[in-house]
Ligand binder design. Structure first.
Ligand SMILES: CC(C)(COP(=O)(O)OP(=O)(O)OC[C@H]1O[C@@H](n2cnc3c(N)ncnc32)[C@H](O)[C@@H]1OP(=O)(O)O)[C@@H](O)C(=O)NCCC(=O)NCCS
Length: 331
C-alpha cells in the first residue's frame, strides 16, 4: 500500500470525489446527495475552482481518492474553505491538517486576510477539527433549503498578522477546545494563573465552559488573538463586579501560547481589552500577577500602577510560594 499523497484535483477525479462525499454524508442521518440536482459542480471540480479564482486538491492513495479540500476568494479579502472531506482511514493521520495548511497557505499567498467556511450543524467531528485549528463560530446559521434540510454553522478566523477579536457566546463556546489547550500549555509551562501543573484537560475545558456561559450572560468579555492564523492567545474581562463597583472590572487569564510569544500578541490583547472595558462603561481596571513574571514588565510598560505586593500569595508547581503584585489602571 502506498502512502497518501496530496496533489492538485482534476476534473477526471469526479467519481472518486462523489463517492467520498457520499460516504461522508452517509455517516450522519438525513443527508441526501443529489449530484445533478444540487451539486453539479462535483462533475468537474477542478474547473469549478479555477473559474472561481481558487484551487482544489485531492488526496490519492493506491489509485483511490481518500481526501479533498478546496478554497476560493470571496469579497473583502476573505477566502472560503470548501468541500473538506477525508475517508475514515485517513483520520488521525495528520493529513487533514496538512490539507488545511496547504489551502490556507495558498489563500494567504493569493491575498487572503481571513478564512471562512460553512459546515452542516450535524458534522460534529469536523467542527472539533476546525475548532482545534483556531476557527471560531461567527454570525448566524445558514439554511440551505436543500434535500438534506441542511442548516450550517459559519466558522472564521483571521489569517494574517496579529489580530484580536471579541468572541460572542457562540464564538466563545466554539473556542473552548483551543483555549483549553492554551491554558493547559501555559500552566504546564509554569504560568501562575490560579491552576497548578500538570493541568488536566478536563479542568481547562471546565474553566472555558464557565467563561463561555458568562459571555452568554453578559458578565464577561473573552478576547481571542491570532498570529498568522494560529489562535495563540486570550484575555478575559470580568464585568460581574459588586453593586457598589459598577465602574470597575477585573482582568484575568492573559495567556499567550509558548509558541506564539514575543510577537506583540499580549500587548494587542491588553490594548483591545482596555477599549472593550471603556466601551462597557468601566473606568478602572484591576489585575494581579506573580512577581517577576514576564507579565509584570508588560503591565508596567502599558501604564499600570502597582498597588502593592502580597508575599507568599500563590503556590508554584514545585510547592514553593511566590509574591503577587496587584496593579490598577484608570481608563
Ligand atoms: C505574559 C505573556 C502573556 C506575554 O505574552 P507575549 O505575547 O509574549 O507578549 P508581547 O509579545 O505582547 O510582549 C509585550 C511586552 O511584554 C514584555 N515581555 C513579554 N515577554 C517577556 C519576557 N519573556 N521577558 C521580559 N519581558 C517580556 C515586554 O515588555 C514586551 O514588550 P517588548 O517585546 O517590546 O519588549 C506570556 O508570556 C504568557 O502567556 N505567560 C504565561 C501566562 C501569564 O503569566 N499571564 C499573565 C497573568 S497575570
Amino acid at each position: 500500500m502506498s502512502s497518501p499523497a496530496l496533489r492538485a484535483g482534476r476534473d477526471d477525479d469526479a467519481d472518486g470525489f462523489i463517492s467520498l462525499i457520499g460516504d461522508c454524508w452517509a455517516e450522519y442521518p438525513g443527508n441526501i446527495l443529489d449530484v445533478d440536482g444540487e451539486l453539479p459542480e462535483l462533475r468537474a471540480l477542478a474547473s469549478y475552482f479555477a473559474k472561481s479564482g481558487g484551487m482544489f486538491w485531492a488526496v490519492e492513495q493506491d489509485g483511490a481518492i481518500t481526501g479533498m479540500i478546496g478554497t476560493k476568494p470571496l469579497e473583502g479579502g476573505a477566502w472560503e474553505l470548501c468541500k473538506v472531506y477525508t475517508r475514515p482511514a485517513l483520520r488521525g493521520s495528520g493529513m487533514a491538517r496538512t490539507m488545511l495548511a496547504t489551502a490556507e497557505s495558498y489563500a494567504r499567498d493569493h491575498g487572503a486576510s481571513r478564512m471562512k467556511l460553512w459546515s452542516d450543524t450535524r458534522f460534529d467531528r469536523a467542527h472539533r477539527f476546525y475548532e482545534k485549528e483556531g476557527y471560531v463560530r461567527a454570525g448566524p446559521l445558514r439554511v440551505l433549503n436543500d434535500l438534506s434540510m441542511s442548516i450550517e454553522f459559519c466558522y472564521e478566523k483571521p489569517l494574517v498578522g496579529t489580530v484580536v477579536e471579541k468572541l460572542d457566546a457562540a464564538g466563545a463556546q466554539s473556542a473552548i477546545p483551543r483555549l483549553a489547550e492554551i491554558l493547559k500549555c501555559c500552566v504546564d509551562d509554569g504560568a501562575s494563573v490560579s491552576f497548578l501543573p500538570p493541568l488536566a484537560r478536563e479542568a481547562a475545558v471546565r474553566f472555558w465552559t464557565r467563561a463561555a456561559s458568562a459571555v452568554a450572560m453578559g458578565g464577561r468579555v473573552v478576547l481571542a488573538g491570532w498570529v498568522d492564523g494560529v489562535l495563540a492567545g486570550t484575555v478575559t474581562l470580568d464585568l460581574d463586579t459588586p453593586p457598589n463597583q459598577p465602574h470597575r472590572a477585573d482582568v484575568a487569564k492573559l495567556l499567550v501560547h509558548p509558541e506564539g510569544r514575543r510577537r506583540g500578541l499580549a500587548r494587542a490583547l491588553m490594548e483591545r481589552l482596555e477599549a472593550e472595558a471603556a466601551a462597557a462603561g468601566r473606568k478602572l481596571l484591576v489585575l494581579d500577577t506573580k512577581e517577576g513574571d514576564a507579565a509584570e514588565k508588560l503591565y508596567r510598560g502599558m501604564g499600570w500602577t502597582e498597588a502593592g505586593r502580597v508575599p507568599d500569595f500563590a503556590m508554584n508547581g514545585d510547592g514553593s510560594l511566590s509574591a503577587t503584585i496587584f496593579f490598577w489602571k484608570r481608563l
